[in-house]
Design a protein around this ligand. Structure first.
Ligand SMILES: [Zn+2]
Length: 472
């Protein structure tokens, strides 16, 4: 059976990761873990986009050689995933020789289809997005919407172009037929509208000088380096053996899910399928799009000084508190807000009171009783279905409703007053509670496992509080 391939976007490594990156990694991890619990063999692919011009610029600024600069930041990203308990299988760096080779192969395939040609070009380039924009795509100040305040570069050169226009109608059709599914629906509409407009061919190379000699060389042309998105998207394939390990590739590709932020939808839902169609390769099945979040109502920025370091937050509040916040305090596909105050509040009320108290009560009430609970084998259908629809918040809401129902039941029925039948009563309660813990595993892996291991082994020792309150 083909493996379930899921990917995060491949972040630029021009700086250390911030809490915004954590959102996407955690969301992807939930989907991957839920598939593993459903006995699917999963490949969770992530990595680092190292060929971008802004990496070169950031390295120059800090006086470090670009190669070791990228390597260092890539390692920090991978460490962040570890502290968040994000279980990835592949971390593919786009500076690796194997990736370079795979991207040159992809180029040759598109060229063989007659979709790559040379043209003199002049345009406005945003280094932040690594893309050209037309004037009507910019804001009123003539700046990029994603990067206001940063002037665009006027670039004129002879580049290679890709015949994107040739594939627009076909891709719109595939999206409307849900052969490429885009979630949520409003993002699908956005991209179909774009595809039905005047879609232009795109530049897919730049001069070696402008790229500062950094990136994947264009085959048979020493003067040109590949446009960073052309090779960056191909990380999804090169990480699973494309052009290098046929067996690994065919057992993993196509991607079942790409999880991305709303700002890079066009690259994934238009450029990427077009490149794959041109190369006669299979298309990704689903693209899940999340929003961005602000910190205390403001855009995260170094100037404001409100960039949140995920390592600090996890150290103080614990992995599962942070995961909980990212998954339930924010809508899965809309914009949200992050604040330390709210995180502390959530930890001390919802996590400590609802879930923590339920676990402690169950432990103390069942400690004196003898009964058997059966280990759950499946996550609940409702939870699984929400996860598959990329409605992770709704899945958490559903689980929390059951946590509260169980809490209320115990409060009202006061099992500690029962003179007989307490073991039977607690058996039913614990059976429901272990199912809740099983369903929680993809979201709060550490917590789910603590509850399961205590109650399934019918332990009689003290149950350590799950979420001790944090007041400082
Ligand atoms: Zn931009």
């Amino acid at each position: 059976m083909k493996k379930f391939l899921i990917t995060t976007a491949i972040p630029y490594v021009n700086a250390k990761p911030h809490i915004g990156h954590a959102l996407e990694f955690v969301q992807t991890d939930v989907i991957a873990r839920s598939q593993r619990l459903r006995h699917r063999e999963v490949v969770f692919l992530t990595g680092s986009d190292e060929n971008a011009l802004k990496n070169v610029q950031a390295a120059e600024k800090s006086g470090v050689e670009v190669e070791s600069f990228c390597k260092h930041n890539a390692e920090t990203f991978s460490q962040m995933m570890q502290v968040l308990q994000v279980q990835y299988d592949v971390f593919q760096r786009s500076s690796s020789p194997q990736h370079h080779q795979a991207s040159q192969l992809l180029w040759e395939k598109c060229k063989a289809s007659g979709d790559i040609y040379q043209k003199e070009y002049e345009g406005l380039y945003c280094v932040g997005c690594e893309t050209f924009y037309t004037v009507d795509e910019l804001n009123e100040q003539g700046e990029c919407v994603e990067h206001p305040g940063k002037p665009l570069e006027k670039v004129k050169e002879n580049n290679y172009f890709f015949r994107l226009s040739k594939y627009a109608t076909r891709i719109a059709d595939l999206i409307e037929k849900k052969e490429i599914q885009i979630v949520p629906e409003k993002r699908e509409k956005e991209i179909v509208n774009f595809l039905k407009g005047d879609v232009q061919d795109i530049s897919i190379s730049r001069s070696v000088e402008r790229a500062r000699g950094w990136g994947v060389p264009v085959p048979h042309d020493v003067s040109q380096i590949m446009y960073v998105w052309f090779d960056a998207l191909n990380v999804y394939q090169s990480g699973v053996g494309f052009g290098n390990n046929e067996l690994q590739y065919t057992s993993s590709w196509p991607a079942d899910v790409h999880v991305i932020g709303k700002g890079i939808l066009r690259f994934h839902a238009v450029y990427w399928p077009a490149i794959l169609l041109s190369a006669h390769l299979e298309l990704p099945k689903k693209i899940c799009v999340h929003g961005y979040f602000t910190v205390n109502g403001q855009k995260m920025s170094k100037t404001i000084g409100n960039v949140v370091d995920p390592f600090n937050v996890v150290e103080k509040f614990g992995t599962d508190s942070v995961r909980y916040y990212l998954l339930r305090e924010m809508s899965t596909s809309e914009d949200g807000d992050f604040s330390i105050e709210r995180l502390r509040e959530v930890r001390n009320t919802i996590l400590a009171n609802d879930l923590g108290n339920l676990a402690s009560r169950c432990a103390s009430l069942s400690r004196t009783e003898v009964f058997t609970v059966i280990a759950p084998t499946q996550i609940s259908t409702t939870v699984a279905s929400y996860i598959d629809q990329f409605k992770l918040k709704e899945a958490m809401d559903e689980i929390w409703e059951r946590v509260q129902t169980l809490n209320t039941k115990i409060t009202q029925e006061k099992p500690w007053t029962l003179s007989s039948g307490k073991a039977k009563y607690m058996e039913e309660v614990i059976q429901e509670f272990v199912q809740i813990a099983f369903d929680l595993q993809p979201f709060l892996p550490e917590t789910g496992e603590k509850i399961l291991s205590y109650f399934l082994q019918n332990k009689k020792e003290d149950f350590a509080p799950l979420f001790p309150k944090i007041h400082q």
